[in-house]
Ligand binder design. Structure first.
Ligand code: 13P
Length: 245
């Protein structure tokens, strides 16, 4: 069985005072039976590490280089040194806002591996692609292009985040999630010997009210949560739902 993961992506939210949420989360879950990860903005990684107890800390993006003349950029090894153990790459907001290609995302994942970090690689279709019936084809292209050949169950997590479900309150049906996750598992099996162990997360408007239903879907090993990860009171029941799943 893949390990279960409840991951929170704070996106561009949070200053030092918000770390109280992390302290509250870690007191509510001093010994979680699933992996819990919070990805705060890079400015908070180091402080977050000291407030997080058994909660893992992750980054949200990285440059492909280790260091150098790249103003404004942060490398995977710098985030590792600050206390991160994982890093999100290929989030749809980066694909859209920064025009990130699958090839660039694969290089970022490799930069994460080289730094000793787990890459949480995000994929997902737009509403237009879903309506055109091309969701599984989009998954094929994104998996082929953005998951490096040296991915393993130890260094990689795949997050399926339909773009139209992110921050919208719209969630695919459990049948739709099951179809995509089964497809992702099949595609990974062709390339990776340990594909059955690679955690597959669902992301997009996950909340306390829908978490248990989503976690009951085959091949869903956890969630990547945006808005509902910002407050301990919202994220804690999602962690509990995964622990019970
Ligand atoms: P929401 O949970 O706010 O829909 O965001 C999902 C997401 O993009 C996590 O990376």
């Amino acid at each position: 069985m893949p390990r279960k993961i409840a991951a929170g992506n704070w996106k561009m939210n949070g200053t030092a005072e918000d770390l109280l949420q992390l302290t509250a989360l870690s007191s509510a879950h001093p010994d979680p039976t699933v992996d819990v990860i919070i990805c705060p903005p890079a400015t908070l990684i180091s402080q977050a590490r000291t407030n997080a107890g058994k909660i893992g800390i992750g980054g949200q993006d990285c440059n492909t280089a280790v260091s150098g003349a790249h103003t404004g950029e942060i490398s995977a090894s710098m985030m590792k040194a600050a206390g991160a153990t994982s890093i999100i790459v290929g989030h749809s907001e980066r694909r859209t806002d920064h025009g990130e290609s699958d090839a660039l995302i694969a290089k970022k994942a490799q930069a994460a591996y080289a730094a000793g970090l787990v890459a949480i690689i995000c994929i997902g279709e737009t509403l237009a692609e879903r309506e055109a019936g091309t969701t599984l084809d989009v998954m094929d292209v994104q998996l082929a292009g953005s998951v490096p050949d040296d991915a393993t169950a130890a260094n990689t997590v795949i997050a399926y985040e339909p773009v139209w479900a992110i921050g919208t309150g719209k969630v695919p049906s459990t049948e739709q999630i099951a179809e995509v996750h089964a497809h992702i598992r099949r595609v990974l099996k062709v390339r990776f010997a340990d594909a059955n162990e690679i955690p597959l997360l669902y992301g997009g408007s996950v909340k306390d009210s829908n978490a248990a239903e989503i976690f009951a879907v085959d091949n869903v090993d956890g969630a990547l949560v945006g808005g509902a990860s910002l407050k301990a009171v919202d994220f804690s029941p999602i962690i509990s739902a995964l622990e019970k799943a």
